[in-house]
Design a protein around this ligand. Structure first.
Ligand code: PLP
Length: 403
């Protein structure tokens, strides 16, 4: 290689700070192995196995027939913003108007743009761990220092007010909250959030991102609790992110919604105007139908997920060396496999690869910041049909026995 080639073949310092998504990597690996003829059951991906509701699909076909194939306003059509505001008000209890919302290519992009639009080098972002894989990477890409707030199964994988208070420094810019949470299924109660808000009252410069994308997928009886609804007086410092990907089985549509203070919504749209531009026109039509159409299927889906959860938790806890608490929301179990580490697998990445060799794809806990919490293990998604779950659990048991 010539010197000129060597110098051109270089990524930016910002990109060098971040790793590729390990959940995507594991899913891609499982897909590639399948393409080679290997029989792999994937419990690595975070998407419902249900079909997208028919009325959503119809709305997209209608939109195509009506020629909705051109640019739309950068932050979403008027109809889309109305539907998003309806969702925030009706489903999350946040009094949002269309002017307070923006729409992006998935919840992921909303988070990406919000952090990129507000972080300066050296700012600190507090992230409860275990965390969703993309949070620390996006924060680091934006130039922030990530401050993990470790949690454990014993505390329900929830941070305490005291922990938050102790982590805050003059450099703290954001606190990221995710309830129900990926990868643990942790659900914050209204009391938990009120206690955190009491701390935030004393630190007016800190923004909070509340990622509520799994809000409809809760298995307890208590209503969904979210900071902007509980403390409207703090709403000018809270960005609430939601979407249709998880709740309405629309991961491929790439629609996410966010509501927050006007300056931030405008800043996100300014950035979006130079990145992806508007969210996909026909996907917006689908998302309008998702938010405005019937929601009753959600209780059926919840019941199915709940039954799967109970089954998966019981089966995993019956495998020697594996243990998982019962997740209160989302569709993941965060499995502790500490007793198996050192028994033929040097770390949880090796364990996940060992599982893959036995035909089941899971994602190592280390991808979710498990190490910050002293957890070695893996995440299992139970958003898979019953037969796949049965087969995956059998293979998991076999894989553990083979160690
Ligand atoms: N937030 C959390 C906690 C997630 O788990 C995900 C997806 O895995 C997202 C946001 C992003 O969802 P979307 O597919 O809408 O970008």
């Amino acid at each position: 290689m010539t010197q000129a080639q060597a110098s051109a073949d270089r990524i930016s310092a910002a990109l060098a700070r971040i790793a590729p998504s390990q959940t995507t990597a594991m899913t891609d690996r499982a897909t590639a192995m399948r393409a080679e003829g290997r029989d792999i059951v994937s419990l690595s991906v975070g998407e419902p196995d249900f079909a997208t509701p028919a009325h959503v699909v119809e709305a997209v076909k209608d939109a195509l027939d009506q020629g909705a194939t051109k640019y739309t306003p950068v932050g979403g059509t008027a109809a889309m913003k109305r539907a998003a505001a309806l969702h925030f008000t009706r489903d999350l209890g946040i009094a949002a108007t269309p002017a307070d919302v923006t729409v992006s290519a998935g919840g992921k992009q909303a988070i990406f743009h919000a952090l990129l639009a507000t972080i300066d080098p050296g700012d600190e972002v507090l992230i409860p761990a275990p965390w969703w894989v993309s949070y620390p990477e996006i924060a680091r890409f934006a130039g922030a220092n990530v401050v993990p707030l470790p949690t454990t199964a014993a505390d329900g994988f929830r941070i305490s007010a005291e922990q938050l208070a102790n982590a805050i420094t003059p450099a703290t810019r954001w606190l990221l909250l995710n309830s129900p949470g990926n990868p643990t299924g942790a659900v914050y109660t209204a009391d938990d959030l009120r206690a955190l808000a009491d701390v935030l009252d004393r630190h007016a410069r800190i923004m909070v991102m509340s990622d509520d994308i799994y809000a409809p997928l809760r298995y307890g009886d208590t209503p969904h609790a979210t900071l902007a609804a509980l403390r409207p007086d703090l709403a000018d410092r809270i960005l609430t992110v939601s979407g249709v990907s998880k709740s309405h089985a629309m991961t491929g549509f790439r629609i996410g919604v966010a509501t927050g203070p006007g300056w931030l919504i405008r800043a996100m749209e300014r950035l979006q105007s130079h990145s992806s531009g508007n969210p996909c026109s026909i996907s917006q039509a689908g998302a309008v139908a998702a938010f405005e159409g019937p929601q009753d299927f959600l209780s059926d889906w919840r019941a199915i997920f709940r039954a799967r959860r109970d089954r998966v938790v019981e089966a995993i806890n019956a495998i020697p060396g594996l243990s998982t608490p019962v997740p209160d929301g989302a569709f993941y179990c965060f499995v502790d496999a500490a007793p198996l580490i050192g028994e033929g697998c040097e770390d949880d990445n090796a364990l996940a690869l060992h599982m893959l060799e036995h035909g089941v794809a899971v994602v190592a806990a280390s991808a979710f910041g498990g190490a910050h919490c002293g957890i070695q293990g893996f995440r299992v998604s139970f958003a898979a049909d019953d037969d796949s779950l049965t087969e995956a659990l059998t293979r998991m048991e076999r894989a553990v026995a083979a160690l």
